[in-house]
Design a protein around this ligand. Structure first.
Ligand SMILES: *Cc1c(COP(=O)(O)O)cnc(C)c1O
Length: 428
C-alpha cells in the first residue's frame, strides 16, 4: 500500500513541476506514481507508508556504501558542527583534490563544483577555450547533465547535427554539437573527416550507463584517444558514474587510457552535492583565477559535502571493497541469467562491475539504437512487479542497477527470486 506516497504526490504536483525535482523520479516511464521515501538503511529504502525495499537506485549511483553509513554520517555531523560553509578555502578541498589525483593521475589539477552537470558544462567551456574551437562530439544516448550544449537528441544517420531535445535551448548553440552512435568508429571517423579542425572535444561516458549499461567494444576507447590526438581535439571522459564505482581509478584505469579532462560527481559527494573536473595541468591552468576561463561557485568545495565524499573514498580504499562489489554483482548477473534461461526468455543482461541492466530485448545492446529495441511496456510491468515484491529498481529501462557494499548474498538471492516470480507472472 502506498497511501501516503499518493497523498504526498497529489500535493507535490501542485507545488512542484510534475511533483518532482528531477524528471525521472516521477516514474512516468514505468507508468506509476513515484514512491516517497522517508529513510534509507544500508541496502534498504523505507517509504512514507513504512514499506521496505532492497534499493538498486542508490540515489542514481552515489550511495555505493549503502544508506546512512555510520562513518559517513559521523563525518557529516562533525563537519557541520564546525560550520556549514565559509566561502573561503579549507584544507579538506586540498585533501580531496590530492586524493582524486592519487587515484586518477590524469587529473593533475582538480576544480570542485556542486554537480555533475556543472562539471561537464565547465569542462566543455575549458575544452573550447583551450582549442579555440566550437564544435563538440558526443554520443547518442550518453547523458552528461542538462547543460545546453549537451542536450542534443540522438539523430539518425552519421554525424547528425544537434537538434535541441528541449525547448529553450537555442539551435545556434546545439548546432555546434555533433552526436553519433556509440561504439561506431566509422561515424566518428566521418565526423572528424568533415569537421576535424573545428572539433574542440569528444565527450563520452567511457562505460555508458545512461542508456542502460553498454560496454565499449574492443578498441573503441583507444581509437577515440588516437583520433582526438591526431586532430588536436581533447578527449573528455565523463566519469560522473564510473568514477570510484568501477575502480578507484575509474574506467580510465581499467582501460588504461589517459583522457585530457575527466568529470566526476555522484560518489565523490558521498550522497551530498559535489562534482569535479580536472585534467592536464596545461589545460586546467586556464581556469580562473590562474587563467581566463571563468567558472565559480558559492558553495563549491563545501566542507560538509567534501567530508562525506572523502569518508566514502576512504571506505572504498579498504582492501577488498571492489572485489566484494564484483562478487555480489556477478552473483546477481548469474542469477538473472539463470532465470532467463530457465524461463526461455531471450532478454539481455549487460553488466560492467557493479552496474547492470536487464534489457527487454533479444538484441545485443552496444549503442542507443539497440537499447531502443527494448520492450519498455514489458519493463514497466516488470518494474511494478519488482516493487510489489520489495525491490526498488531504477524506474526506466535505460538506467543501470547499482550494487552497493551494503548488499549481501541474501539481498541478491531475494532479488533473483523476485525476478523469477515477476518474469513468470509476465509470461502469464
Ligand atoms: C548523473 C550524471 C551527470 C549529471 O550529474 P548531476 O549531478 O545530476 O548534475 C553527468 N554525467 C553522467 C555520466 C551522469 O551519470
Amino acid at each position: 500500500m502506498n497511501i501516503r506516497s499518493k497523498l504526498y504526490f497529489e500535493r507535490a504536483k501542485k507545488a512542484i513541476p510534475g511533483g518532482v525535482n528531477s524528471p525521472v523520479r516521477a516514474c512516468l516511464a514505468v507508468k506509476s506514481d513515484p514512491i516517497f521515501f522517508e529513510r534509507g538503511e544500508g541496502a534498504y529504502l523505507i517509504d512514507a507508508d513504512g514499506n521496505r525495499y532492497i534499493d538498486y537506485v542508490a540515489s542514481w549511483g552515489p550511495i555505493i556504501l549503502g544508506h546512512a553509513h555510520p562513518n559517513i554520517i559521523a563525518e557529516i555531523y562533525f563537519a557541520s558542527k564546525r560550520g556549514t560553509s565559509f566561502g573561503a578555502p579549507t584544507w579538506l578541498e586540498v585533501e580531496m583534490a590530492e586524493t582524486i589525483n592519487r587515484c586518477i593521475p590524469s587529473m593533475e589539477k582538480v576544480r570542485l563544483v556542486n554537480s555533475g552537470t556543472e562539471a561537464t558544462m565547465s569542462a566543455l567551456r575549458l575544452a573550447r577555450a583551450f582549442t579555440g574551437r566550437k564544435k563538440i562530439l558526443k554520443f547518442d544516448g550518453c547523458y552528461h547533465g542538462h547543460g545546453d550544449s549537451l542536450l542534443v537528441k540522438a539523430g539518425s544517420g552519421l554525424a547528425t547535427f544537434g537538434i535541441p531535445s528541449s525547448p529553450g535551448v537555442p539551435e545556434e548553440l546545439t548546432a555546434h554539437t555533433i552526436s553519433v552512435p556509440y561504439n561506431d568508429e566509422i561515424a566518428v571517423e566521418e565526423a572528424f573527416k568533415k569537421y576535424g579542425s573545428e572539433i574542440a572535444c569528444v565527450i563520452l561516458e567511457p562505460v555508458p550507463a545512461n542508456m542502460g549499461v553498454v560496454i565499449p567494444r574492443g578498441d573503441f576507447l583507444n581509437f577515440l584517444r588516437e583520433i582526438t590526438q591526431r586532430y588536436g581535439s581533447l578527449l573528455i571522459f565523463d566519469e560522473v558514474i564510473t568514477g570510484f564505482r568501477v575502480s578507484l581509478g575509474g574506467a580510465q584505469e581499467l582501460f588504461n587510457i589517459k583522457p585530457d579532462i575527466t568529470c566526476l560527481g555522484k560518489i565523490i559527494g558521498g550522497g551530498l552535492p559535489v562534482g569535479a573536473y580536472g585534467g592536464r595541468e596545461e589545460i586546467m591552468s586556464l581556469v580562473a583565477p590562474e587563467g581566463p576561463v571563468y567558472q565559480a561557485g558559492t558553495l563549491s568545495g563545501n566542507p560538509i559535502a567534501v567530508s562525506a565524499g572523502l569518508a566514502t573514498i576512504k571506505e572504498l580504499m579498504k582492501p577488498g571493497s571492489y572485489d566484494r562489489l564484483e562478487a555480489l554483482s556477478q552473483l546477481l548477473e548469474d542469477g538473472i541469467k539463470n532465470v532467463l534461461a530457465e524461463l526461455g526468455l531471450p532478454y539481455r543482461v549487460t553488466r560492467f562491475k557493479s552496474m547492470l541492466t536487464l534489457f527487454f530485448t533479444s538484441k545485443e545492446v552496444s549503442n542507443f539504437q539497440d537499447a531502443l529495441t527494448s520492450d519498455t511496456d514489458k519493463f514497466a510491468l516488470f518494474w511494478q512487479g519488482m516493487l510489489k515484491r520489495g525491490v526498488y529498481l531504477p524506474p526506466s529501462q535505460f538506467e543501470a542497477w547499482f550494487v552497493s557494499l551494503a548488499h549481501n548474498e541474501d539481498h541478491i538471492e531475494k532479488t533473483i527470486e523476485a525476478t523469477r516470480e515477476t518474469l513468470l507472472e509476465l509470461k502469464g
